[in-house]
Ligand binder design. Structure first.
Ligand code: 1CP
Length: 347
């Protein structure tokens, strides 16, 4: 389908198609039996992300079931540190584990020059998904993504998943020069990585700053807003028109400053953001995306319907993309996602 006619790309460009287009963060993955089957076949999560045939198939699985308007590349934000040469593994039940980087010697082990070769299989996945969508779901647009520098640094410095990332926040305060070097390296590599995804066929690009809200306001400006703005400038030089989505999770009212300063056309709201407040305070030209509580989809029934309808009512008439406020969780019954899709399609 003609690029400009895809509902998701129209909404990202500032139009307000209704019912709104939708997709769901983490829409491929563990709540789907067909994913669990392929995951078991691949064995290892990194193998799944770097086997284009399997990663492309997993990306398309939720589209076949629910017909989302957006397909998000199946990969992980930690594939960039992996491509930079930082040792990474996903331990069963524990999430990601990395060899932590906390000093200049650690930083010196990263290999930005190796990124291009290492991401080749991921770019091959992008190309395969784009061809698959063309054939199977021509109204669905392909979204590429990366983690934002601060959120990726949380894993690179702390060395594992979590909710606090104390080592990373301490390092940012204690040795801002070293931390700035890491962030700058990540800005440059992220521009390269996202532009390569666009070149391979991604039609929009999303930056996940899942842990930005852990920062103080001053640190948020320095480590979330400024690096994201630098990434947007780097992308815009080459691809002035590609839709960009920013997700400064847990930013609270700083979402307004993020939207003003970063230069993305779409800002994603987390679960705690009041959509009416965001509609009144975020610049009117900015498309909003979000923000249903993933647990409402686990619950299903009348609770799911009421929550979804209240978001739709708040966003009617505005450039808007329906999504969750954070990733879908593995406990989600697949039939509740089908129910949600029906509610959104009524508008
Ligand atoms: O066991 C498995 O199958 C691995 C689970 C899994 C999956 C399905 C991980 C490990 N990553 C992913 C895929 C993923 N991650 C996608 C692909 C799209 C899709 O599933 O539809 C995307 C966009 C991400 C992004 C991601 N990874 C974020 C940003 C978004 C968010 O949720 O905040 C973050 C923070 C990660 C890190 C990560 N990767 C995996 C896990 C378990 C975690 C969280 C670790 C933690 O902090 O505890």
């Amino acid at each position: 389908m003609e690029h400009a006619q895809k509902p998701l790309l129209r909404a990202f460009s500032g139009e307000a198609p209704w019912p709104p287009p939708f997709w769901l963060m983490r829409q491929a993955g563990r709540y789907l039996p067909e994913y669990r089957q392929l995951r078991a076949q691949a064995g290892d999560f990194i193998a799944l992300c770097t086997t284009p045939e399997l990663a492309a198939e997993v990306t398309l699985q939720p589209i076949r079931r629910y017909g989302m308007d957006g397909a998000i590349l199946f990969s992980d934000i930690l594939m960039l540190p992996w491509a930079l040469g930082q040792p990474l593994r996903y331990a069963e039940g524990e999430g990601p584990l990395l060899a932590p980087i906390r000093d200049a010697a650690g930083l010196a082990t990263l290999r930005p020059g190796a990124v291009r070769a290492n991401i080749a299989p991921i770019l091959e996945t992008v190309a395969r998904v784009r061809a698959g969508l063309e054939a199977e779901a021509p109204r669905t647009a392909l979204i590429g993504f990366a983690g934002s520098p601060f959120t990726v640094a949380c894993y690179m410095v702390d060395g594992k998943g979590g909710k606090e990332f104390a080592e990373t926040r301490r390092l940012a305060h204690a040795d801002p020069l070293l931390f700035a070097k890491l962030i700058r390296l990540l800005v440059d590599s992220t521009v390269e990585y996202l532009l390569a995804q666009a070149e391979a066929g991604a039609e929009a690009l999303m930056l996940f700053d899942s842990w930005a809200g852990l920062l103080s306001p001053a640190q948020f400006r320095r480590w979330s807003i400024e690096p994201a703005a630098a990434i947007v400038r780097g992308i815009r030089k080459v691809r002035p028109d590609i839709p960009l989505i920013g997700f400064p999770r847990l930013a609270g009212p700083l979402i307004v400053e993020y939207a003003d300063r970063v230069g993305v056309g779409t800002v994603a709201m987390d679960t705690g953001m009041d959509p009416r407040w965001a509609a009144a305070n975020v610049a009117p030209g900015v498309t909003l995306q979000g923000n249903l509580d993933p647990q409402a989809v686990v619950a299903g029934g009348a609770a799911l319907e009421a929550e979804a309808r209240s978001i739709l009512a708040a966003m009617r008439g505005r450039p808007f993309v329906f999504n969750l406020g954070h990733g879908i969780v593995p406990q989600t019954p697949p039939e509740h996602v089908a129910a949600l899709a029906r509610i959104i399609r009524i508008g």
